[in-house]
Design a protein around this ligand. Structure first.
Ligand code: PGA
Length: 251
């Protein structure tokens, strides 16, 4: 049985005081819960949040990283730097990176290789636009994003990767995929992994759902057989809204 994984993507929100207060609140409220928990604050607050969560059952994630090693890359943050300050996981391929920052599958693939080389785990985000869903190519789009994103990734490396299925039309919009819609895509993602890496890897990989997941819909989404957790944006910004989702996951 796969254990559940709930990750909070704080995006470009919060100030230092707020980030520290939220981290403190979560350390208390998630104490004793039985699932994998990750929070991904903005880069500049990673270190101070780490000082609060280290030793707790919450791990530290980053929202992005450079595709290259340290060197002359103005404005970029390397995997080694993240690792150095306590980050253990990085979210890559988020749709906001794909569409606001023009990241394509080739770049995302390079970042994944670099992250694994730096000793970081990865949450690879995939998902279709609403125009894709309307014309019925959702599963095809997700398959391409998986195949191109994971190009050259070995069986052993795959054990450091989780996938987050995030329909772009559901992110930050309050519209959620129905549990059945999400389950259908999750099952197809698992079968893509099975075709590339075999049934054992497919059985083991965690596939999270993201897109307006909150305390009211999390229970039903997390009850689906192929939904192994959530990548939460808006609802991860307050202890009161994130904790109930973590509690459902810990059942
Ligand atoms: P949301 O964001 O929960 O605010 O929809 C999810 C995400 O982008 O990971």
């Amino acid at each position: 049985m796969r254990s559940k994984y709930v990750a909070g993507n704080w995006k470009m929100n919060m100030d230092k005081e707020g980030a520290q207060a939220l981290a403190k609140g979560l350390v208390e409220s998630l104490k004793g819960l039985n699932a994998k928990f990750m929070i991904a604050p903005p880069f500049v607050y990673l270190d101070s949040v780490y000082q609060i969560i280290k030793g707790s059952n919450i791990i530290l994630g980053a929202q992005d990283m450079a595709a290259t090693e340290n060197g002359a890359h103005t404005g970029a943050v390397s995997g080694a730097m993240l690792k150095d300050i306590g980050v253990s996981t990085v979210i890559l391929g988020h749709s906001e990176r794909r569409y606001e920052f023009y990241e394509n599958d080739t770049l995302i693939n390079r970042k994944i290789h670099e992250a694994l080389k730096s000793g970081l785990d990865v949450v690879l985000c995939i998902g279709e636009l609403s125009s894709h869903r309307i014309v019925g190519v959702t599963e095809r789009i997700c398959e391409i994003q998986i195949r191109d994103g994971l190009a050259g990734i070995t069986d052993e490396q795959l054990s450091h990767i989780s996938i987050a299925y995030e329909p772009v039309w559901a992110i930050g919009t309050g519209k959620t995929a129905t549990p059945q819609e999400a389950q259908d895509v999750h099952a197809s993602v698992r079968s893509v992994i099975s075709r590339i890496y075999g049934p054992k890897a497919a059985e083991e990989i965690k596939i999270l759902y993201g897109g307006s997941m909150n305390a009211s819909n999390a229970e039903e989404l997390l009850a689906q057989p192929d939904i192994d957790g959530g990548l939460i944006g808006g609802a991860s910004l307050k202890t009161d809204t994130f904790t109930p989702i973590c509690k459902f996951a810990s059942r």
